[in-house]
Design a protein around this ligand. Structure first.
Ligand SMILES: *Cc1c(COP(=O)(O)O)cnc(C)c1O
Ligand code: SF4
Length: 321
């Protein structure tokens, strides 16, 4: 049987800086590949590249994916595990940080490699269903399972069917949340099978997308989101505040407007987590707070995300503004 369209698109993703530069009419010599990058190599689907502006070395989508020499800089205070994931690990691929929410990482694979990713050094292990379900079954306080990763929507339809079926056997579970960048970077994945699978679940299904810039939104992405909304999936978005990419109020305003057009509500704007090799993306909190004031001035309250930071050991994400 032929692979589904989305798997073909994923297989054709660009994995070399040279190729990416050439596709965008940029001189590859301008972007030397930093040493050690092969541990977190470039990966970007062609449909995402098509939304970049050729000839612009500062394109906000390009800067999210292109390895730059600054990644080799070792900065004090920047860590391999900036959010304390290892301390929250309760089983293979399972994190329990917050009271009623359990985070599962059924895959370590992503459709795109974001250079600022706080899990870029994460030692993904083989997910063990048995221990995850045992933990879930014995912790009655858990009402929500969050699938994260990696990107859970890269699992095959068959694996997702299996996963939902198992989760639906847990009587105290009410909600299933999927943290994913797939509808934004690989909208072909949101196909009939996925929509009907999510639409018929007896759990309430929430999707938290990850988009950082309005230029990421085109017709196929909007169509994917509208389809998900149509089958009853509640859609939110989280962004990361990134230097040189979305650290101006007007860019964040345009993003909120683009989200709403696709039936997506802004949820979190994350202050950058200090992950080693990505210090050049950090925006200081003193610059972020006035931006949030501007957002509140120019947008209705429901289109203003919460500016949050993750603090190791805290009982929830910390709201800054
Ligand atoms: C962020 C996060 C959650 C979800 O937190 P919400 O504030 O509910 O979005 C859950 N578990 C882990 C481990 C997280 O990092
Ligand atoms: S898709 Fe998410 S988990 Fe994967 S590299 Fe990007 S930010 Fe990290």
């Amino acid at each position: 049987m032929k692979n589904p369209v989305w798997q073909q698109e994923l297989a054709g993703a660009v994995r070399q800086s040279d190729t990416l530069c050439t596709l965008l009419d940029l001189d590859p010599g301008q972007f030397p590949v930093p040493p050690g990058v092969d541990r977190f190599p470039l990966r970007v689907p062609r449909g995402y590249i098509a939304r970049m502006t050729p000839g612009d070395p500062c394109d906000p989508l390009l800067l999210q994916v292109l390895p730059r020499p600054a990644e080799a800089v070792v900065s004090a205070g920047y860590m391999l595990d900036p959010v304390g994931d290892q301390k929250a690990r309760v089983a293979a691929g399972v994190l329990h940080k917050y009271h009623d929410r359990l985070l599962l990482m059924p895959t370590g694979v992503c459709p795109i490699h974001c250079r600022y990713c706080f899990r870029r050094h994460f030692p993904h292990e083989r997910f063990d269903w048995h221990s995850a379900l045992t933990y879930l079954a014995t912790h009655g306080e858990i009402q929500e399972v969050i699938l994260s990763g990696g990107d859970p929507l890269l699992l095959s339809d068959a694996r997702l069917v299996d996963l939902l079926k198992r989760l639906e056997t847990i009587p105290h579970l009410r909600r299933l949340r999927i943290h994913t960048r797939v509808p934004v970077v690989l909208p072909e994945r949101v196909n009939d099978t996925l929509c009907s699978l999510l639409g018929r679940s007896k759990l309430s299904v929430i999707m938290v997308l990850h988009s950082n810039h309005a230029n990421e939104w085109n017709d196929p992405v909007r169509y994917a989101c509208t389809r998900l909304a149509h089958v009853g999936v509640v859609l939110f978005n989280q962004s990361v505040l990134l230097c040189g990419i979305n650290d101006r109020a007007e860019i964040l305003i345009a993003l909120s407007e683009a989200l709403f057009k696709a039936k997506v509500i802004p949820y979190y704007l994350h202050l950058f987590d200090p992950v080693q090799g990505a210090a050049h993306f950090a925006v200081p909190v003193v610059a972020a707070v006035p931006m949030m004031d501007a957002l509140r001035t120019y947008l209705p309250g429901y289109l203003v995300p919460r500016l949050v930071r993750e603090c190791v050991g805290a009982p929830s994400k910390m709201t800054i503004s």
